[in-house]
Design a protein around this ligand. Sequence first.
Ligand code: OAD
Length: 289
Amino acid sequence: MARKSARFSGGARLAFRSFAGTGDAAIMHPPLDTDEYDVALEQVATRLSKARRVVALTGAGVSAESGLATFRGAGGLWEGHRIEDVATPSAFQRDPALVWRFYNARRANLRTVQPNPGHRAFVELEDYFVNRSEGEGAFTLATQNVDGLHRTAGSRRVLELHGSLQRVRCTRCSYLAATDEALPDLPHCPQCGQLLRPDVVWFHEMLPADIWRAAAEATAICECFLVVGTSAIVYPAAGLIDAARAAGAMVVVINPEATSASRRGGLALRGRSGVVLPQLMQRLRGGAA
Ligand code: OAD
């Protein structure tokens, strides 16, 4: 099993890694000017058009254009809440109502948002690779997002590494249910009466073993690995990027900012996923973006 806080291969507990102050700025990708961006877009489209297996790792940035806050940075969820207050097992033991209020607010928000062009481009990418080459295994979308928007958009092979806000489970029995209805601050299990919890992965918890294994296996054999809308500092998810590189895959980072992923090499397409991904899709289909 992969622990949420662990490095990909080492197993050490580490909630997230900050690269601030490590001197990485020197190898940061400069923003591409229009021509360079165009060249990079063409390069990525050409490589993708030859790939038979592709994996994408997505994060909160992909849902930003739907109106959902990301975690880090100005206005991010971790600016208003401390991880150790709302996203760890001990936080839930200490104050379950506080934790539930945080997740219920996010669940309520979900009812007001829709997938954006970035989510929809992932559906097209999946169709493109599945129809063209290896069938259902050709495109794997591993997401750290718990908002369900990839599935709502129509993506089929989605591996939800950090669980889902749209499911609850019992803290005692095996009760697990999908629900997008409003819940009280302390919802209880209809089977055994014990407290329910959101079916998300908290820091220091294990990722769902089967989902993690599927993501790691797909990464080990992919030829192209897209890193989209994530700061790539939460492990073990971010470790997939290193695993992809080790397997010889081309790593493409799509993000308006430099991140720990782009600083570690690969090709960076600086921009919003809702803009870059549709452009990429258009190139793949043979038209200029
Ligand atoms: P972060 O908030 O750490 O990073 C969001 C990334 O999205 C940043 O790198 C932004 O530059 C980028 N971004 C913003 N708008 C974008 C756009 N329109 N298009 C593309 N990129 C954009 O979110 P995650 O990397 O997803 O875990 O965070 C990883 C994990 O840390 C989350 O799953 C969550 C958090 O703590 C838990 O809640 C347990």
